[in-house]
Design a protein around this ligand. Structure first.
Ligand SMILES: CC(C)(COP(=O)(O)OP(=O)(O)OC[C@H]1O[C@@H](n2cnc3c(N)ncnc32)[C@H](O)[C@@H]1OP(=O)(O)O)[C@@H](O)C(=O)NCCC(=O)NCCS
Length: 203
């Protein structure tokens, strides 16, 4: 699905600030840390109770293996965001093919927020998707009150489609439990155009 130029291999993308690479075992401590982050738990509706460290590590290994399978099948492109200067893992950005459309999602470790890392990473992945994968448009669905994520979307040039949806009832984030959220839909098209809602998955 990603097309001939890359086959099943994800490339390394980057600029002088961030480097995006496929996940590997070296990312597990960072993954475990952001699994415990209240913001990530809140916006991704992740569990607030974590397994013991050994089980958590084993879970992360399984997650990476699952991503590799999805990546080889051409339906997901998950990248670790690393600082170019020193190589620390600072976050995650991924493209995922879902319901005939490519969607992007992202997070950064709380210690590294507010430095432009998510904006750079999202921009790099979108440029790669448009130029190498031949994707016409990338969607993004964000909770209306997720100010930081919406700021990243605006910085990169995503445009609101005007469509609002509601999320399924929130399971894990205690203050919101059982409630629904209003979700805002964005799209970014190649060359800043509005992407077509149904985008091609590759050649
Ligand atoms: C959203 C997230 C990835 C942003 O990461 P980041 O590395 O801090 O992003 P950047 O530094 O590139 O940009 C963040 C922008 O949000 C702004 N911001 C931060 N908190 C904000 C808030 N509560 N309301 C409005 N804007 C906010 C920052 O000021 C910055 O904008 P600026 O550059 O104009 O000052 C990070 O907060 C995160 O991981 N959140 C939890 C997971 C999540 O919500 N992911 C998105 C779901 S798709």
């Amino acid at each position: 699905m990603f097309g001939e130029p890359i086959g099943s291999e994800l490339p390394i993308l980057g600029d002088h600030v961030v480097t995006l690479e496929p996940f590997s075992r070296r990312d597990i401590p960072a993954m475990m840390a952001w699994d415990a982050d209240a913001e990530a738990q809140r916006w991704f509706d992740w569990p607030t109770e974590l397994p013991d460290p050994a089980a958590h590590e084993a879970h992360c290994i399984d997650v990476i293996a699952g991503w590799r399978t999805d990546s080889t099948a051409g339906r997901r492109a998950p990248f670790a965001i690393r600082r170019s200067a020193r190589g620390e893992t600072v976050g995650s950005v991924e493209l995922r093919f879902d319901d005939d459309m490519w969607y992007i999602s992202y997070l950064t470790h709380p210690d590294w927020r507010g430095r432009g890392f998510a904006t750079r990473a999202v921009r790099l992945v979108c440029e790669w998707a448009f130029t190498v994968l031949d994707i016409d448009g990338i969607g993004l669905v964000v909770a209306e009150d997720n100010g930081a994520s919406r700021a990243v979307a605006r910085h990169v040039g995503f445009v609101e489609t005007g469509r609002r949806t509601t999320s399924p009832p929130v399971d894990n984030y205690q203050p919101d439990v059982g409630s629904t959220r209003t979700m805002v839909e964005y799209v970014l098209g190649r060359s800043g155009q509005h992407g077509s809602r149904v985008s091609r998955a590759g050649r």
